[in-house]
Design a protein around this ligand. Structure first.
Ligand SMILES: Nc1ncnc2c1ncn2[C@@H]1O[C@H](COP(=O)(O)OP(=O)(O)O)[C@@H](O)[C@H]1O
Ligand SMILES: [Mg+2]
Length: 244
């Protein structure tokens, strides 16, 4: 998981947006799971806002999962989910993870083979490519996340969803139907300008409970706290370099 800039510079502005995200987190912690989205142009502060939410969540790092959709083509299907869950299985007790996956463990590790090395001695299930097998995988994932969040709440950030593979979006859409009963907050970030061309991605995000749209920070915020910005920033809807 990337909490990279948290210690590098202080977070400025965005009280309203972070407040909206925190309200959704509170609902999720109370057992009413949510998908929330953070959108805006490149460099406006989407990733940073998600990191700030995690930092303020009060949850232990093992309950904060992060997956990023890669810009480069060629990643396996479900890559952001694999990354998020790999962070989870690496930190958690192996037997506890297997118990949470239950009967779905073989299905999950067949579709997300990168998890297998942390769950040694688990034979993958047979490879069957059909609509039914996709459904089984989605259902296994929901079961896993349900059992995991019975123990403690989870936050999963899927960063840069405008680069998501279609399968990742399908899983997100499926999970979103089931979220309301889970102690799970899913946060998706995406570039507004790029996702508008990808109807499938937008479709998958339509069920978001809360959409936080970031616009460039007000110039007044920069003037008040210029040291908080280390290089790149977006200001009044434009991206640029800070003038010293
Ligand atoms: N509210 C903020 N306070 C301080 N720094 C910020 C803030 N928002 C963004 N930044 C900084 O601006 C840069 C770009 O932000 P980032 O979150 O990576 O943008 P995006 O994910 O929208 O492309 C990063 O260095 C980040 O730390
Ligand atoms: Mg980003």
């Amino acid at each position: 998981m990337s909490l990279r800039p948290l210690l590098e510079s202080s977070f400025v502005g965005r009280e309203k947006e972070i407040g909206a995200l925190e309200a959704q987190l509170a609902e999720a912690l109370a057992g009413h799971g949510r998908l929330v989205t953070i959108s805006g142009e490149a460099g406006v502060g989407k990733t940073r806002a998600a990191e700030e939410l995690l930092a303020r969540s009060g949850l232990p790092s093992g309950r904060l999962l992060w997956g990023r959709c890669p810009e480069q083509p060629g990643a396996p299907a479900y890559w952001p989910w694999t990354q998020a869950l790999r962070g989870y299985v690496e930190q958690a007790d192996r037997d506890a993870v297997l118990a949470e996956m239950g009967a779905g463990a073989r299905t999950i590790t067949r579709v997300l083979p990168a998890l297998r090395e942390h769950l040694v001695a688990l034979e993958p299930g047979p490879i069957v490519e059909s609509e039914e097998s996709h459904f089984q995988f989605f259902d296994a994932m929901v079961g896993f996340l349900r059992r995991s969040t019975e123990r403690a709440a989870l936050v999963i950030v899927l960063d840069d969803l405008h680069w998501a593979d279609p399968a990742s979006i399908q899983l997100l859409a499926f999970l979103t139907h089931e979220l309301r009963r889970l102690r799970l907050l899913v946060v998706g970030t995406y570039r507004t300008d790029e996702v508008e061309e990808r109807a499938a991605v937008l479709d998958g995000l339509r069920r978001a409970s809360e959409r936080v749209r970031l616009r460039g920070l007000d110039r007044a915020v920069f003037s008040a706290q210029p040291s908080a910005f280390n290089g790149r920033f977006a200001c009044s809807g434009r991206r640029g370099q800070m003038e010293s």
